[in-house]
Design a protein. Sequence first.
Lengths: 453, 390
Amino acid sequence: MSAIAIPFATNQKRGINRLKSVYPLRTLVQQDYLDAIQAASEGKPVVWAMINWWEGDIPLKAMGLNIVYPENYSALMASSGCAEVFLDAADSDGFPSHFCGYGRTTIGYSYRMMTELKGMIPPEVPLGGMPKPTLLLGSGLYCDARFKWFQALARYFDAPQWCLEMPMMGTFEATEPDLETYQIKFLVKQLQDFIAFLEKLLGKKMDWAKLEELIDLAVKIHDTNWQIHELRKTVPGPMHSIDFWSSMPAALFFAGDMKLSLKRLQDMLAEVQSRVNGQIAAINYTERYRIVFAELAPWHSLKIFDNMAQRGWNFVYESDPYHAPRPPDLSKVSDPAEKLARLCRNFIFNVYPFAIADNIANPITDTYLRIAKSWKADGFFLHPLISCRAATANLRSVQYLAQKRLNVPSLWAEGDIIDKRVFNPHDVLNKMEAFEQTMDHNRKIRKSNGLDW
Amino acid sequence: MTITRQKGLTLAKEIYTDRDKCVRELRKESKKIVGYICLYPPVELITALDLVPFRVFGNMREPITAADQVSTTVVCPFLRSIIDLGIKGKYNFLDGIVGAHTCDIGAGLISQWRDFVKDSPFTHVVDVPHTDNPSSVDYFAGQLNSLKRHLEELAEMKLTDARLIEAVALHNRQRQLVRDLNDLRKPESPLLTSVENLEVMVALFSLPVEDGNRLLEEVISEVKERKDKSAKKKARLLMWGPVFDNTSLYELIESTGASVVIDDTCVGTRAFWADVKSPYNLNALAQHYLVDIKCPRTYRQSKPFETNRNYDKDLDSRFNYIKKAIADWHVDGAILQSVKYCDTHGYEVPNLRHYFDTLGIPSIYIEHDYSERSLASIKTRIEAFMETQG
């Protein structure tokens, strides 16, 4: 990553006060990649999976499969500074340059692996790379690219594919009385089909007891994770967005051993709680502004958050679709497939009642407005991505409605998750002072309107 | 309904030029007009409830301005154009709008419509599964039942089996007539230009189904009687891609001496290749829209539960209907067009071009931003492509 020149002192102490408990969590995902390389070398199957919000992760883990996540791995490649060569390779093979940065990186990686290197892992990549996939598991949830790009990978790999389903619909259509019943029926059948497919592919049966054990662990992981982020409502904010992004694989796709993940998340909960008790902030400076980040970070330029912390900007919440919600009560459900279906469906539909109450048709937009209120945000940092429709499409709505309804302004900083050539950190840093004045002004208006922050 | 004294191709051009004229007249007669986006909201349900379906397009000539307040620039400009027109009040003749989860941005558009377009008393978005297996069809049928119930409230009437059967029959008749119209471009000298064809198609999406069918019958009769046969074309082309609702691109191609003789686009043949199968009910509609319409938005495999995948076999299973069209319409080359930021179509392009290569069909990919000004640079590329065709 190229060094960022900042318009204020560089010899200051570090801006962000990192949680110590985050580092053991981060190693879990690193170990997953190393394990996948080891598995491939032993002739064992390796799955490339899209982030699927647990619908596929848990059955795959119950079948004992090694999984790597190209979206996550592309972010790793971006942060290690080696992604551009793969972006260029995808372009050269005919894929438009405005496509998903993760997708282009993975396509370029696959192209280079299968065309230039005859099946070998590109040597320039971090953590040993991703071995050739035995299965490509796409997901229809959140964005079209996440099943279309895996379908496109067929030009490099003859690996079998599967596309997971998850209903996504408008807020007000979700009030139909029989909706939940037939959605669960649909999801259970999809899961049964997926498991039958895995059994056929691997030539072995699903261990249903193991599956149920992992679902129960998933519920505990999500509950612990949810408790951590509830504590972040405290002033000053005890945990920075950087620590969320470093630790999120534990709850987002259950990186590593799930029992170990749970233990380490419990450690994190204890550390965050102790910071709350001691009124210790996530930044080493006085918290002047509480910022919510939407949606996906510039993985190549994370240093900028330290610079912003030095001005008292504390990022108190972020990237909501990457957060696991409080899990539903599954104690009365006996069928493991239905348990999993309900756990996953809850991720999408738990926010709908709030959106209906707020009369906002887009539940994600509504969620960000609720977050601004609950986490007492002074401002949004909105990061529209040149290559990601899903994480960008509703940001203007968030900006417009947050200002209109809550007097919470937004800093608009265009960029990309992978391609650092389209993100200008200097521009962001130069905008900070003016945006602080905007936040100060809006804070006065909120208080005059009787709001409590 | 008496729309105008014009008939056939003249009428089609008139409606193409002034799309909402007819439905505004119908609204004066207390008809309710229901806009719909993309191909996936079943028009049969709208027709069966005595509502008038009106396909919502953008406007390539209208700069996008109002949409900037609520929509970012890195999403489909076609959909941005629609929300722009909505906010500006240019769809104020609609009594409601129905969308579908054909793509993420398309589904989100209906939410935006509800939140930001004034006078939008009725909105509904249908969730469409991404796969076409039997449980997905069942789920989709449930979604159509939700749409039916909501439309019944708008129409203030219950949908009967008899009404649905009648509506499906009318729309199936339209599908057959469109296929008959397409056949008129099979001869060595096509009887109908691609520009005329698009004008007819856009008109169909702007009229009640009975009027659309009458228009098609008139056009087919008129074209069959043409005395002045056009010259043999320099090249016979297939057009592939998402929505293109403006004749400008076709005019540009025709100006090079080539002709688009068949298409696989969502303003062209895509909704019309297959009929809804009997018995006509919600399950049949779900099957038709999710399985029979071949849009890249749906994930398809050569066979379900496939554990031995083969790239070429997979491509053939997904695109062999295009291979048949190439043979039936004697196609020499293919133009793949897509609006910028369309993920569902864009990811297909390298693989589809590979498929065309295996068929010996030269192809070109052009991308536009859904504005007429973007066509200037495309003209040069198409001319160069035509040069390579000799």
